[in-house]
Design a protein around this ligand. Structure first.
Ligand SMILES: Cc1cc2nc3c(=O)[nH]c(=O)nc-3n(C[C@H](O)[C@H](O)[C@H](O)COP(=O)(O)OP(=O)(O)OC[C@H]3O[C@@H](n4cnc5c(N)ncnc54)[C@H](O)[C@@H]3O)c2cc1C
Length: 459
């Protein structure tokens, strides 16, 4: 009889695991059943801001593989609109509710992949009775927001609450739709994933795009008129709004797993080993936004909810269940985003992470340009490096600039991943031609500056 693999959650992590396992084991050997409570499989939440802005015209362009494609091409039994409500580890079965048929099914498993993603942070002041307030976690959320934006009376004033990457991407999307946008952030700068000095550059540039940046301000409530959002109430007074988008971050969606007895780590995510097995629970695997992972620089467990990790971790599970051997080596915190013309990249530790981890370090800021200064379109770019003292090992890097800035973080990420020192980095053989870089690439200029800073500390 075929072994049965059950997947809970039909997006990046879950369906990567399912399709990878199927590539290695056929139906006669491995039956795969995937439960997804929503309407879509393998969709790109990352693309939602670009769909809302109109850059991506159709919702279906964000769906990489439909349930039918999984059924037809991968022989995976995809059960849509089925929410798993319990996992019984003793009986080795899951209980799922068919949300449309309103009935319950119980299905046994040999292996279980827990891939339920993350849940958005819901502030105390959100209210179900006020229309016009939206999250942007799922394609259904995106569709609801789009419907509101296109319905009469058309909203003109948007407030985005939260200045993380989802908040800034949504602010851009709404500006591009012609709305006036205010972004409210409790901290002193938006983009707390970079250090405050780099976050200030982001805030400055965002102001230049017409987005109102309200930092150091806390939202305390919502004001409605005839059941529709009218204003966001803050510690500094009300801000008029006829649409509100929430981007307050996410937490690992672990409730179902916790109830079943899966171990939770210090970061709040489900604990997994290098092969993405849940320790102490044979046959159970977990991946994606619901798990914690190892930060390769700090050595600490962290929760980094990004699609890039979810896909890789799911693949690792699929290879292992498929009979192969694969491990997930951890993360270094690389991320990129853009808001209008501004690009932001980061990798490794911020200053406060490096301090928390107990490192001694120097930091440098290097100003340069993306192209040779004389070449048309040359634009300012700031690179920040954090290097361990006295070893010179790169601990973290951040970039804020315009075109061709963000993806330069990849060179720094590779250097950091491989434990390079800033000294070694000064000789890196990076590409140079005037349309692409100054003769000393901004990355190399920053490395040289870091070497000087280390020398100045008498290392
Ligand atoms: C607006 C936005 C922009 C983003 N941009 C980027 C980006 O640029 N780069 C990047 O790397 N990442 C980005 N991300 C993050 C990325 O989308 C997530 O990290 C990724 O989707 C995580 O995949 P996952 O499979 O772990 O979880 P999810 O994609 O959340 O999928 C989990 C699935 O499980 C289902 N589910 C949950 N509980 C149950 C249950 N009990 N029963 C059945 N089904 C269940 C959910 O419906 C969901 O479909 C973005 C996210 C958002 C919201």
């Amino acid at each position: 009889m075929a072994e049965r693999m059950i997947v809970v959650g039909g997006d990046a992590a879950g369906m990567s695991a399912a399709s990878q396992a199927r590539r290695r084991r056929d139906r006669a050997d491995l039956e795969i059943v995937a439960f997804e409570r929503g309407h879509f499989t393998s969709y790109s939440a990352c693309g939602i801001p670009y769909w809302i802005s109109g850059l991506v015209p159709e919702r279906d362009q964000l769906v990489a593989r439909t349930p039918d494609a999984f059924r037809d091409d991968f022989d995976i039994d995809v059960r849509m609109r089925h929410e798993v409500t319990a996992i019984d580890l003793d009986r080795r079965e899951v209980v799922a509710r068919d949300l449309d048929g309103d009935r319950e099914v119980r299905v046994g498993f040999d292996t279980l992949v827990y891939a339920t993603g993350a849940r958005p942070v819901q502030p105390e002041w959100t209210r179900d009775d006020v229309a016009g307030v939206f999250g942007v976690q799922t394609l259904d959320d995106g569709a609801a927001l789009l419907d509101w934006l296109e319905r009469e009376p058309r909203p003109r004033h948007a407030v985005v609450v939260g200045g993380g990457y989802v908040g800034v991407e949504m602010a851009e999307a709404l500006v591009q739709r012609g709305l006036s946008v205010q972004l409210v952030e409790q901290a002193a700068q938006p983009m707390s994933t970079v250090d405050p000095d780099m976050g200030e550059l982001v805030a400055e540039a965002m102001r230049g795009t017409g987005i109102g940046i309200r930092t150091g301000m806390e939202v305390t409530g919502l004001q409605e008129r005839d059941g529709r959002i009218a204003a966001v109430l803050t510690t500094e007074g009300p801000i008029p709004a006829d649409v509100v988008v929430l981007g307050l971050g996410v937490r690992p969606n672990t409730a179902l797993g916790e109830a079943a007895g899966l171990p939770i780590g210090p970061s709040g995510g489900i604990r997994v080993d290098r092969r993405m097995r849940v320790p102490g629970v044979p046959g159970v695997w977990a991946a994606g936004d619901c798990v914690e992972t190892l930060h390769r620089v700090s050595g600490m467990p962290v929760h980094v909810p990004l699609g890039t990790h979810a896909n890789k971790q799911g693949r690792v599970i699929g290879i292992n269940i498929g009979g192969g051997y694969a491990t997930f080596p951890g993360v270094i915190g690389t991320a990129v985003t853009k808001v209008c013309e501004l690009e932001v990249g980061r990798t490794g530790l911020r200053e406060r992470d490096a301090t928390d981890a107990g490192f001694e370090f120097v930091t440098v800021l290097a100003e340069s340009t993306n192209r040779a200064g004389y070449y048309p379109g040359a634009q300012q770019m700031t690179v920040k490096l954090i290097a361990e003292r006295p070893s010179g090992r790169l601990l973290g890097a951040q970039i804020v600039g315009r075109s061709e800035a963000a993806k330069r973080i990849d060179a720094l990420a590779v250097a950091l991943w491989n434990g390079m020192t800033v000294d070694e980095m000064t000789a890196l053989d990076l590409g140079y031609a005037p349309p692409y870089a100054p003769v000393w690439d901004p990355v190399l200029i920053a490395a040289r500056k870091a070497v000087d800073a280390l020398a100045g500390t008498g290392r």
